[in-house]
Design a protein around this ligand. Structure first.
Ligand SMILES: [Zn+2]
Length: 326
């Protein structure tokens, strides 16, 4: 028999906390199983559904409730944070409850708003003019359909991109459909990130994840060898529910479109990820407006530039979190 892989600090911390709260775990296959402190803490006899597993390559302990409780919530029940899933993080005080309201949250909200305004001011974006396309010259046509899926791959819904030819160009538009299980309904669907199964796989493997503003850029990112995602219906439609699925990810790069709504959108995405993932970066195209323009101009992924104010802010937040917990 081969010796078991060395297990790091995160493994000790998480198992100790779970054992103290829920009783000893049982080893089964690759997982050590505990009762889930979120949905199995009622004293009834459940079949344990919280799996814990150490990944030596990442120096990370994976925590997964097979009934889909949120990692962050599971860890907070035993006074731990998402950050405790990594070995390299410093000691923290296990007596400090993470469920206490944090006065910094309010400050961060207002700091974020003024930061976005500063970033927008610094970028000197021109006031957008509405282009005069003239009259439509034909019916709207489908350009492509992007399918959104649940974690296991079942279809949740789809976004269809349309174009309508006009005298001086073409107008683009989008519409959503929800998959009921048997038919398409012309309505919005659940807030799942685009290409969710790939995103969850990347979270498990500790791969970097990119968040773009739209599906077209996400597809370009995959062509460039990256893992990427976005929300349906563009800027302003990202929610904490989307961020929930990225909990436990390592490094997440938000690519801001270079315009006002793009910066506001990127700041909102970054804010919802703070505390859920290892590191948040906010970058932008070195040429043009978005990732597609950047790549079309011949730039590499490494050439993406920091968004002034926002990138530094979210990197420093990470630093503060680590200092605070020492
Ligand atoms: Zn659970």
């Amino acid at each position: 028999m081969e010796p078991p892989p060395p297990q790091g600090r995160s493994w000790q911390v998480i198992n100790a906390a779970l054992t103290a709260a829920m009783g000893p775990g049982k080893d089964r296959n690759r997982w050590t199983l505990y009762l889930c402190p979120v949905h199995e803490a009622d004293g009834q006899h459940h079949t344990p559904s919280l799996g814990v597993r150490y990944d030596p390559a990442q120096g990370k302990t994976i925590v997964r409730c097979f009934a889909h409780c949120d990692d962050k919530e599971v860890l907070s029940k035993v006074n731990l944070q998402v950050r405790d899933m990594w070995d390299r993080l410093p000691e923290r005080n296990p007596n400090r409850s993470q469920r206490q309201p944090d006065p910094r949250v309010q400050q961060n909200q207002s700091a974020r708003m003024s930061l976005v305004d500063k970033a927008i001011e610094y970028a000197q974006f021109p006031i957008p003019e509405k282009p005069n396309l003239g009259e439509p010259t034909g019916p709207a046509e489908n350009v492509c359909t992007y399918v959104y899926r649940w974690p296991e791959g079942v279809i949740a819904g789809a976004v269809t991109r349309m174009r309508t030819p006009h005298e001086y160009g073409e107008a683009k538009s989008f519409w959503q459909a929800r998959w009921s299980g048997t038919e398409w309904e012309h309505t919005g669907f659940a807030p799942v990130p685009f290409r969710l199964p790939e995103v969850l796989d990347a979270v498990d493997r500790g791969r970097e994840i990119y968040i773009c503003e739209g599906e077209k850029d996400v597809q370009r990112a995959y062509q460039a060898g990256l893992v990427a995602t976005c929300n349906a219906m563009g800027a302003g439609s990202w929610t904490p529910e989307h961020a929930h699925y990225l909990t436990g990810a390592g490094r997440v790069v938000v690519i801001a479109d270079r315009d006002r709504p793009g910066y506001r959108h990127a700041a909102k995405v970054a804010e919802t990820l703070h505390g859920r993932v290892g590191e948040v970066r906010v970058l932008q195209a070195a040429a043009g407006k978005d990732l597609s323009d950047h790549l079309d101009a011949g730039h590499e992924i490494e050439d993406l530039q920091r968004v002034p104010y926002l990138d530094r802010h979210y990197q420093q937040q990470r630093g503060r979190t680590e200092t605070r917990s020492r």
